[in-house]
Design a protein around this ligand. Structure first.
Ligand code: DC
Length: 228
């Protein structure tokens, strides 16, 4: 059977990863969260006090970064989890400390170039669902199906706030909302690979849609692509 490349882009906290995971598991495809790669770089920079080096000497930072391995391993539910060398950093990368810096790190062209290289090296033969901001525009412009997810900032902030509280992080709702609007702005206005809606993308505003509603809609799009 034909194996598709599915690109899911969209605003922060639109549930891209949940949808991408569900789709990948149901299709038996590889799931890759590209945002977690930018978060891994940010975690590395924050933990090693290298944020200033990013500003002052990006080449030296890239050299240091390249001594480390950012990669994915599959857990027992066949979901990929991100590792920095031998360390599973799935939880650390979601902290507010990382979220507050990641858009600045992700806007740096030399860092993007490294991440896009890693993303394009991932085997697509088994089918892939990758989510991010530039997957349909830059990483896989030839993707078979491009989705663009969006929702109102308040709905997205509420979802993110609930997730953070559930994982034990102490945050205020207004901080989360501010972080989301700040990231939307940086992601959409940066010079290199800004978040844009591709002409051939299907836009889904999920402010009032359940995951099941979205999966139904997307499954019928996938069926069409498989039958073409
Ligand atoms: O999807 P996320 O919120 O975990 O992404 C973290 C940051 O990385 C966000 O500011 C956007 C950026 N990002 C990007 O620039 N390109 C991608 N392909 C994925 C994420």
């Amino acid at each position: 059977m034909k194996k598709l490349t599915i690109a899911i882009d969209g605003h922060a906290s639109t549930g891209k990863s949940s949808i991408a995971k569900e789709l990948a598991v149901s299709l038996g495809y590889t799931y890759i969260n590209s945002g977690s790669m930018y978060r891994a770089v940010t975690l590395y920079a924050v933990e090693n006090n290298l944020m200033d080096l990013i500003d002052n000497n990006i080449d030296q930072f890239i050299n240091l970064l390249n001594n480390n391995k950012i990669h994915f391993k599959f857990n027992k539910n066949l979901i990929s989890e991100i590792f920095l060398n031998d360390r599973n950093i799935e939880n650390e990368i979601k902290s507010l400390k990382v979220s507050q810096k990641v858009s600045v790190v992700a806007a740096i062209p030399k860092i993007r170039k490294e991440m896009v290289k890693l993303q394009r090296n991932i085997d697509r033969n088994k089918g892939i669902v990758m989510d991010g901001r530039d997957i349909g525009s830059v990483v896989f412009p030839d993707a078979d199906l491009k989705l663009f997810l969006t929702a109102s900032p308040e709905v997205r902030a509420k979802r993110r706030y609930n997730e953070m509280v559930d994982s034990g992080e102490k945050v205020e709702f207004h901080e989360v909302l501010e972080n989301i609007t700040y990231r939307d702005n940086l992601d959409s206005t940066r010079k290199d690979s800004p978040l844009i809606i591709q002409k051939d993308a299907v836009v889904i505003d999920n402010s009032f849609l359940s995951i099941e509603d979205q999966l139904l809609k997307i499954s019928s799009l996938i069926k069409e692509k498989l039958n073409n």
